[in-house]
Design a protein around this ligand. Structure first.
Ligand SMILES: NC(=O)c1ccc[n+]([C@@H]2O[C@H](COP(=O)([O-])OP(=O)(O)OC[C@H]3O[C@@H](n4cnc5c(N)ncnc54)[C@H](OP(=O)(O)O)[C@@H]3O)[C@@H](O)[C@H]2O)c1
Length: 280
């Protein structure tokens, strides 16, 4: 059985990967309490003693909205942390998978859609640090970009589906962007796509993303319909209005894949159906 050392195992995505694939691979979770990736000596010490075939790197500073206010911490975790774990993995001549994000792209309408071959040009600090992480790994390890992940309810960090659902349940009005796109991705699909990529490892870039892009406005409507919540609470806004006073993020995040001919990714309606079935 392939032995996988995994960071970010306690997170929204890592915990699901382990839940779905732990009968296929042997996971060795490396929580920050055991190995703080920003601590070079500790990384060296722990990884020297750990026997693994592949390093799956999910750990990151993921608070996009706060990244601009905590630049040092975000840089330390996403850039220096990635460098630390990648260096030791390379030294041990093991495989490495870096989980990245659609936020490495600028989201400009004229550049969309974004493929594995598109050139990153991040618009916010979080995206900038994730792109710097990619540069450390590029051509030597695998880069897997994902976008707007959602899954069954994960109380520790509710995803955008559960956040929007919760607002609507509390009868709060939502102002949703009409002139933007996002590519919602079912985390279960990410896990099963990764299963293939782990078994067929190559040091290339892959996009594991949902099969369709939607405006945030349409996403909210689809959620409201699915959970029988009032559509009237969903109002329109523009990207320009919405980003006032916020960190910038890619506007037209329509992410496509040229290389995923191995796992069919769900569209948003199908993915929502799957998570509601598993929540019943
Ligand atoms: N969520 C999204 O919307 C999204 C979208 C695109 C891409 N991604 C990427 O997907 C990956 C996973 O994201 P996620 O949302 O599942 O993460 P998450 O739920 O926010 O969890 C973050 C994880 O990072 C670990 N971590 C943070 N600082 C660390 C440190 N100094 N040392 C070791 N571990 C540390 C945490 O471990 P402990 O709990 O042990 O501290 C935790 O497991 C990230 O690389 C992210 O950039 C996420």
């Amino acid at each position: 059985m392939i032995k996988i050392a995994i960071t970010g195992a306690t997170g929204l995505i890592g915990s699901k990967i382990i839940e779905l694939l732990n009968n296929k691979f042997q996971f060795i979770p490396l929580p920050s309490s055991l190995m703080d990736i920003t601590n070079k000596d500790q990384v060296y010490q722990i990884l020297k003693e750990t026997n693994f075939d592949l390093f799956l790197h999910l750990a990151a500073y993921t608070n996009v909205a706060k990244a601009d206010l905590e630049k040092d911490l975000c840089f330390k975790i996403n850039v220096e942390g990635t460098k630390n774990v990648f260096e030791v993995t390379s030294f041990k001549k093991k495989k490495f998978i870096y989980i990245s994000t659609d936020f490495v792209f600028d989201g400009k309408k004229e550049n969309a859609p974004f493929f594995e071959t598109s050139t990153p040009n991040p618009v916010g600090f979080y995206g900038e640090t994730k792109y710097q992480g990619e540069k450390i790994v590029k051509n030597k390890g695998m880069i897997v970009r994902i976008a707007y992940p959602y899954r069954n309810f994960f109380p520790k960090k509710p995803d955008f589906v559960h956040k929007l659902k919760n607002f609507l349940e509390q009868k709060k009005e939502l102002k949703m962007i009409k002139n933007a796109l996002m590519t919602p991705t079912l985390v279960d699909d990410i896990a099963f796509g990764l299963k293939y990529l782990i078994k067929n490892y190559t040091p290339n870039i892959f996009h594991l993303v949902g099969s369709n892009a939607y405006s945030p406005y349409d996403v909210a409507k689809i959620i409201a319909k699915k959970f029988n919540l009032p559509l009237s609470l969903i109002k329109e806004t523009t990207y320009e209005e919405y980003i006032k006073g916020r960190s910038p993020f890619p506007q037209y995040s329509n992410i496509r894949s040229l290389t995923n001919n191995f796992f069919p990714m769900s569209d948003f309606e199908t993915g929502l159906e799957k998570i509601t079935r598993s929540q019943k």
